[in-house]
Design a protein. Structure first.
Length: 209
């Protein structure tokens, strides 16, 4: 590889790396902001039941915040259980709405795990929706965390990320979620585009010679 091409590729890689760090558009995606108001239930040591209105950033049904148990959090000290205890006339659902730019690409990431781990795990399925896209999560097991990653193109100036269980409301066990993130997908950097342009120019000059 000639010196010019090595230099161009180095510039492109530096430009790409510098554009990868983007802010999380989800508030309290790791469920680490513990409510200051009293929990409405739980065992007062490892899991706590809150109305979603008590948990910063989130809306919808009740949710449970767990710590140091079954399993440890994927990141930080706390994780959420979607199927929280309490009265509900439908499947459990929590959601968060955030600002977007129409036509821009965004990445969705979260960690998930099952609570039970026996033959009832299949009933712990949950759906994830955002901006018209939907995914069904059915492959989780008890103990280890798995991660989900996908992308979407925003079609408006806001989008809603929603987690919904698909089991009857009488079952309140399952669907651990943690480390929820939505981030911009970086566009190619100006330096990377410049590098590609220089490569094209180099090859064009060689062909003329």
């Amino acid at each position: 590889m000639n010196k010019l091409l090595k230099t161009i590729l180095s510039i492109s890689l530096i430009g790409g790396i510098s554009g990868q760090a983007t802010a999380n558009l989800i508030t309290n995606g790791g469920f680490e902001e513990i409510p200051t108001s009293a929990a409405i239930g739980g065992d007062n040591s490892t899991w706590f039941i809150y109305a979603s209105s008590q948990v910063n950033g989130w809306e919808g049904d009740n949710l449970e915040l767990w710590t140091n148990r079954n399993p440890d959090a994927s990141e930080g000290n706390y994780h959420a259980e979607l199927n929280a205890d309490g009265a509900n006339d439908d499947n459990w659902s929590i959601f968060q709405t955030f600002d977007t730019v129409a036509g821009k690409a965004y990445s969705v990431f979260f960690a998930y795990s099952a609570r039970r781990g026996d033959d009832t795990v299949s009933s712990e399925a949950f759906d994830v929706t955002v901006d018209g896209l939907s995914w069904s999560i059915t492959d989780h097991v008890k103990g280890p965390w798995k991660t989900f990653t996908s992308t979407f193109i925003a079609d408006d100036n806001s989008a809603t990320l929603r987690f919904s269980s698909v089991i009857p409301y009488s079952r309140t066990l399952g669907n651990f979620i943690d480390d929820v993130r939505v981030t911009d997908v970086p566009a190619p950097s100006a330096l990377a585009l410049l590098g590609l342009g220089l490569v094209s120019l180099r090859f064009a000059r060689k062909r003329k010679i």
